[in-house]
Design a protein around this ligand. Sequence first.
Ligand SMILES: [Zn+2]
Length: 100
Amino acid sequence: MNWLGIPHIAVDPAYTSKMCPKCFNIDDKNRKGKSFVCTVCKHEDDADHNAAVNIGQRAFDDEVKKLFEKYPYNTNKRHAALKELFKQRHRSYMSIKPVA
Ligand SMILES: [Zn+2]
């Protein structure tokens, strides 16, 4: 807890600037300067706001938390596991919502 009584949660910011919070597509091309446009689902946002949304979601994501506990010191392994988790979510998004 900090002095405001808000619990402090450590969040790994890996991929938050280039990941789509709707379909979990991770792509460098999602970010174009100040704007974010998902190459898959066309979700649009301000690039900084998009990253903040991803960080906010991640703070309360139990699966992400588990990876953080599993690899607290091994950044490479943690990032590889994070990427794999989001790839799986992207695949399940794609199987539920086919691209029109
Ligand atoms: Zn998307």
